[in-house]
Design a protein around this ligand. Structure first.
Ligand SMILES: *Cc1c(COP(=O)(O)O)cnc(C)c1O
Length: 360
């Protein structure tokens, strides 16, 4: 894959970069470069990929993304290994999911090899932005939007693919704490036939009011129920769920089109099976969640995603009252799965599945 390289006229000085990545938090310390690839139907599709300075994107006010929200994104990380090299975790799964999202949003697919080349190129170019701290990573944000200036309603004929990197510290500043979650009553995240399985900004826009409601109720996150019966537990705003039970079974809601198919979810299914647990993709109701938590049949609930890895759900709140899962603390399986997954990603636990790709 040939990239056009535009040299950065004034890269961040070493001292400023080192200060910025010493304690980067999450989502604000951007690196110096970005990848852009334009798509133009009239010019035969995807144009030459460019890696150049990170800068503002000129945009026509009629760009259709600003009006009709044709936009998709991915979220993944590069990890530092002890030998100084870098690694990606299942990047081809992100490339594949990006194209699943593209198809749902009537956008052009980006060849998987191009997506992967953009990821590798950006990470290698800005490798020195990797925070030198425990739990640090380079968070990778590829996205695509409709850039055509056109106010009619139809799929655009011009798009822009962009990839930026964010130096990231531990998602949770004070280590892993169980989260308290609010059961959304008045809002749903996704309905059958909708866009719930696509990683598109609109799903997040729709989740902000219920998320704000959760915060107002003293909770950390919102959990969504299904749109038809308001009964089946689906997922959090950006994390999938697992219910770990005393009989050795683990339930995770099935991918019926309303749930985002998390790569962490898929990895955890494999890892929990390796533990000898009977992992089942089955609907799980809010009533069952409460009953099994109260009876002790439910040992743990895990929330998972790239950003926060594996996080225990401690308490579930709704207008009907609260219930606590286990002791409300960090369960054994949450701890074990989190350590194992982080270990595989950072190269100190054996990667039996070929999930880790070394780059440099
Ligand atoms: C990205 C995302 C997840 C988690 O997916 P991972 O691939 O595990 O990071 C879960 N739910 C939603 C709604 C998401 O957007």
């Amino acid at each position: 894959m040939e990239f056009k390289r535009i040299p950065h006229p004034s890269p961040t000085p070493d001292a400023a970069r080192e200060a910025a990545i010493a304690d980067p938090g999450f989502g604000t310390v951007f690196t110096d470069h970005m990848v852009t690839i334009d798509y133009d139907e009239a010019k035969g599709g995807w144009q030459t990929p460019v890696i150049g300075p990170r800068e503002a994107i000129p945009m026509d006010p009629a760009s259709s993304v600003l009006h009709y929200a044709q936009e998709i994104f991915e979220g993944m990380k590069a990890y530092a290994h002890a030998d100084g090299g870098l690694a990606l975790f299942r990047p081809e799964a992100n490339a594949g999911r990006f194209n699943d999202s593209a198809r749902r949003m009537a956008m052009p697919e980006l060849p998987e090899e191009t997506f992967l080349a953009a990821v590798r190129e950006a990470v290698k170019t800005d490798a020195k932005w990797m925070p030198p701290i425990e739990g640090g990573s380079l968070y990778i944000r590829p996205f695509m939007f409709a850039s055509e200036a056109f106010l009619g309603v139809r799929p655009a004929k011009q798009y822009k693919f962009v990839l930026i990197l964010v130096s990231s510290g531990n998602y949770f500043k004070k280590g892993v704490n169980p989260v308290k979650i609010w059961v959304s009553q008045d809002y749903v995240r996704a309905a059958p036939g909708g866009t719930g399985a696509a990683k598109t900004g609109g799903n997040y826009a729709a989740s902000l009011v219920p998320q704000a409601e959760a915060i107002a109720k003293g909770c950390d996150q919102v959990v969504f129920l299904d749109a038809i019966e308001n009964k089946w537990v689906e997922e959090l705003g950006g994390m999938n769920l697992f219910f770990v039970r005393a009989d050795g079974s683990v339930i995770t809601p099935p991918l019926t089109g309303t749930i985002l198919p998390g790569i962490t979810r898929d990895s955890l299914i494999a890892m929990l099976r390796e533990e000898g647990l009977d992992v089942r993709e089955e609907p799980y109701s809010i009533a069952q969640w409460r009953e099994e938590a109260e009876s002790g049949e439910l040992l743990e609930t895990l929330a998972c995603g790239t950003a926060a890895v594996v996080t225990p759900v401690g308490t579930v709140a709704s207008p009907a009252g609260e219930f606590t899962i286990g002791t409300g603390g960090i369960g054994q399986m949450a701890q074990k799965m989190r350590e194992k997954l982080v270990g595989i990603q950072h190269g100190h636990v054996e990667d039996k599945h070929g999930w880790v790709e070394r780059i440099g």
